[in-house]
Unconditional design. Structure first.
Lengths: 354, 271
């Protein structure tokens, strides 16, 4: 392990020396541990627990790419973003933004990046939207002549012009999030980190924001974006490439299509079923047409009976009837069938084994 | 860039402090009552006076004025401490992260914060002084206005740098508030807030001379109540200049360390 780390560091240094670091974002053997110390009682012995949030992850993001980092809560997504935007130091390994080391060249990195987090933080509630943006424009040394026009253009872009002079405390959640996006764009960053930007937003606002990210930020402005989310459909809709982060490890990286090709060539039969037994499930797995059964998840009750969801991967959609007739033969009642290609969610479960 | 950030920080803090017209009104009205309360608190000592020695000269000061100036400057010190506490609020609302995400100079950010606090509360201090002079007639004896101005300006400057240290402390540790509160009583005691330093045991005097408040009190009391000249208060004024530089250096060192430590220990968002 130590030898691998040493070799990775050596390789990174050599690449930096040769000027080969040309990705917008790059991580090499990036590791982050959180140390938690607790006493059993006031005068008791200290117990130190080390939680490994990131376990030697390597990935690259190309210029102008929208890259999604996916994983459940606690997977290490926010930790990765915070390291990349210099708010957190890695325990080991390296990370580069535009070829600059996020630890050694932090000042340089800060000029080129910005970050938008989900939720309602990172804004001054007693200031107006316009004052918030004006303040951050000063912190980023935006040319004085441009401050007013840039602030106005950003407010216009996210549809907040008519509420720009209201205090942020009077904004709705969606408006605060849109203002956060403006704050994230105030320095015209080359790389933008979006940490669960649609968290807690209602469906329509989240949809608008996704469209804005795809069409304006990446499409028109050509910025490189790292998006973290645990909404798989969001990543599927937006991202050029994704990485699956699971318990601090990066288990797969690629475009959604590429991952689907690699993981599974067939189709998924999604079945809502009642009276499913362990024996029936075992038998299903043994069918020749079945490649694997991805999940069984409790979906509620129907007519007083437990409903389970099965995602069964098969070679072709023609073999789906075989699955259905098997389930029927073993006494299961199928209430719904949906045949489709695998989603990112299916792939995530496949790669992580959950 | 440095002064742009300082000005932006000052404006932000002032706007947040005076967020409504009612705040402005009470900021001007409250100190009048507070000043009267302090005056009557020390009125029982009105017949007494204090003798202070400086550069071989002795000055006879009214005891009530002596303690009131002590309270005034101590209030200012407490306000500087509060400027540090504002960083705790920033940590909670996530704006500290947003500020540290930017390339803005960290010393400029804390200087702006301290200056804004000094501005926000200077009205409070002025109100207290107005109430003393206008309503209860505290006897002011000023012969050298330059000396008075230098005493006020340098006390202000040195306490602003102390404020910067407090701000760094609040970024450095989530227990900043506890440490700052722990310092309050010793600062009151060692600075000679309610008694002349001559009464302090000699062994403890060296601690008093580490506190800028001590020198601020010396020069303000002598120039405002004792009619001292610039030459009379030269020693405390030079000490205040030295302390301002010292605390500025400590604040810059501390804010850089604080940011580094927060990034290593992941405490920027924990509160």
């Amino acid at each position: 392990m130590r030898e691998a780390m040493r070799l990775a560091e050596k390789r990174v240094k050599a690449e930096v020396r040769l000027g080969n670091v040309n990705f917008a974002v790059e991580t090499r053997q990036l590791r982050r541990d959180y140390v938690s110390t607790k006493r059993t009682h006031l005068m008791g012995k200290k117990n130190t627990t080390i939680i490994r949030a990131l376990d030697c992850i390597d990935f690259e993001i190309r210029e102008g790419e929208l890259f999604g980092l996916l994983g459940p809560n606690g997977a290490g997504k926010t930790t990765t973003v915070k390291i990349l935007c210099t708010l957190l130091e890695p325990t080991a390994g390296h990370a580069f933004v535009k070829g600059y080391d996020v630890v050694k060249d932090a000042a340089q990195v800060r000029k080129m990046v910005n970050m938008v987090a989900g939720g309602e933080r990172m804004l001054y509630y007693r200031l107006t939207g316009r004052e918030n943006l004006g303040y951050f424009a000063e912190l980023y040394n935006v040319p004085k002549k441009e401050v007013t026009s840039r602030v106005n253009a950003l407010l216009e872009l996210v549809g907040l012009s008519d509420r720009a002079d209201d205090e942020v405390e009077k904004y709705s959640k969606g408006m605060k999030q849109r203002l956060q996006v403006c704050r994230g764009l105030i320095n015209d960053p080359q790389v933008l980190f979006l940490d669960e930007p649609t968290l807690g937003l209602d469906v329509n606002i989240a949809k608008d924001l996704r469209k804005f990210i795809r069409e304006k930020i990446v499409g028109e402005q050509g910025k490189t974006v790292l998006l973290t989310t645990h909404y798989m459909y969001e990543a599927e809709e937006l991202c050029d490439r994704v990485g699956f982060l699971h318990k601090g490890k990066l288990v797969a990286v690629g475009s959604p299509e590429e991952l689907k090709r690699k993981a599974h060539k067939g189709f998924s039969v999604e079945v809502l079923v009642t009276r499913l037994t362990d024996e029936a499930l075992e038998g299903l797995r043994k069918l020749r047409a079945v490649k694997n059964v991805l999940a069984t998840a409790y979906e509620g009750e129907a007519d007083g009976e437990k409903v389970d969801r099965l995602i069964v991967n098969v070679d072709s959609d023609a073999t789906a009837p075989e699955v259905l007739s098997y389930l029927s033969n073993v006494g299961c009642r199928v209430s719904s069938v949906n045949i489709r290609g695998p989603t990112l969610e299916d792939l995530f479960m496949l790669y992580t084994g959950e | 860039m440095f002064w742009r950030v300082v000005i932006a920080e000052v404006r932000k803090n002032i706007k947040q402090f005076f967020f409504s017209t009612r705040t402005v009104f009470w900021t001007l009205m409250l100190p009048l009552g507070n000043g009267l309360y302090l005056y009557f608190l020390y009125l029982p000592f009105a017949t007494r006076s204090v003798n202070l020695e400086m550069n071989g000269s002795w000055f006879n000061l009214d005891l009530v004025g002596f303690t009131l100036i002590g309270q005034l400057l101590y209030t200012f010190y407490t306000m500087m401490l509060l400027s540090g506490a504002s960083f705790e609020r920033e940590r909670e609302q996530g704006t500290l992260e947003a500020v540290l995400l930017s390339p803005a100079s960290r010393p400029a950010v804390i200087l702006g914060g301290a200056l804004a606090s000094a501005f926000n509360y200077v009205w409070f201090l002025l109100g207290i002084m107005v109430s003393w002079v206008a309503f209860v007639g505290v006897k002011i004896v000023v012969t050298d206005f330059l000396a008075l101005f230098a005493s006020i300006a340098l006390s202000y400057l040195s306490l602003v740098t102390v404020g910067m240290c407090f701000e760094s402390l609040f970024v450095y540790s989530r227990r900043g508030g506890m440490y700052a509160t722990m310092l309050q009583e010793p600062i009151m005691f060692f600075s000679g807030l309610v008694f002349p330093l001559q009464a302090m045991p000699v062994a403890l005097l060296s601690i008093s001379y580490l506190i800028p408040l001590t020198f601020g009190l010396m020069s303000l009391r002598l120039t405002l109540l004792g009619g001292a000249s610039l030459l009379d208060v030269a020693v405390p004024l030079i000490a205040l200049i030295g302390m301002a530089w010292l605390f500025l250096a400590v604040a810059i060192l501390l804010i850089n360390q604080a940011e580094r430590k927060a990034k290593v220990n992941a405490t920027l968002t924990q509160f």
